[in-house]
Design a protein around this ligand. Structure first.
Ligand code: CIR
Length: 258
């Protein structure tokens, strides 16, 4: 069974990283949007491991960044953002009842799952301010054990994560923002590439589950493009998450199937 980890939103989410000056996050709206997202995953047959919120870590809802699944292996990452590093503890304790043995990144290595895109059995990893060379080397080490390849991709300055601007919603399908990422970075790793318009670059972050594709609401050109490409889309409003630089993939961490 497909399974994923999700985490509730703390009241401290109002202090999440990445907000533009003057932004005000409404935790009630964020929770409503998060619930709809979680319900969509559940409806699509995803078995959910729900981790309670942690008030001391405002960004803890973005579980994708702390958990990287590579084949049968699960890596719990260290964060280059000091306020996010403590997120691991609650995740580790929630996972203790599972049939998994997560490996924690060694000290000095940092990575965010938002920088890790799976295309077939290749991990495309963005070199960002959140993913350092030691983090990348550790992911490569685990990937090699699992028989996976790793490809490093440099990111344009100011890009938080690789997956802010790309995703793989269905096997062989790359959705990306050509205004931010070069298609050549992914060469040989996809069958079909769908470029989203520059004014909807954020919409390149999608989640594919059970033949359906979650797409951010309010991005009509992308929704039309993906629909025309034959993808069966489900619109999800994540506007409150976007205020904290969050997108769709970051609210779940897919684990090896049970
Ligand atoms: C941060 O800056 O870490 C959070 N405010 C946003 C993290 C988004 N994560 C993701 O897209 N994977």
């Amino acid at each position: 069974m497909i399974r994923a980890l999700v985490r509730s939103i703390p009241d401290s989410f109002v202090d999440a990283l990445g907000q533009e000056p003057g932004t005000r996050i409404d935790p009630a709206v964020a929770r409503r949007q998060h619930s709809a997202y979680v319900a969509a995953l559940s409806k699509l047959g995803v078995e959910l491991l729900r981790v309670p919120a942690d008030e001391s870590t405002p960004d803890c809802v973005f579980v994708e960044d702390r958990v990287v699944t590579i084949g049968e292996a699960v890596v719990l990452t260290r964060s280059a953002a000091p306020s996010r590093d403590a997120e691991r503890a609650g995740i580790l304790s929630a996972m203790s009842g599972l049939d998994l043995e997560p490996v924690v990144m060694p000290p000095g290595a940092c990575a965010d799952g938002g920088d890790v895109l799976r295309l077939g059995k290749t991990l495309v990893v963005g070199r960002s301010a959140r993913t350092n060379p030691a983090g990348l080397a550790f992911l490569r080490h685990i990937a090699q054990h699992q028989g996976w390849d790793v490809r490093e991709v440099p990111l344009p300055a100011g890009t938080l994560h690789l997956k802010c601007y790309c995703s793989c919603p269905s096997p062989g399908v790359l959705v990306f923002a050509p205004s931010r990422l070069s298609q050549a970075a992914f060469s040989g790793l996809y069958d079909v590439a769908i470029g989203v318009p520059e004014d909807e670059a954020w919409a390149a972050n999608t989640v594919g589950v059970s033949g359906r594709v979650l797409v951010g609401a309010g991005q009509p050109k992308t929704a039309r493009l993906l629909g025309e490409a034959g993808l069966d889309i489900v619109l999800i409003d994540a506007s409150e998450m976007a205020k904290a630089d969050g997108s769709l993939t970051c609210m779940s961490a897919f684990l090896p199937p049970s």
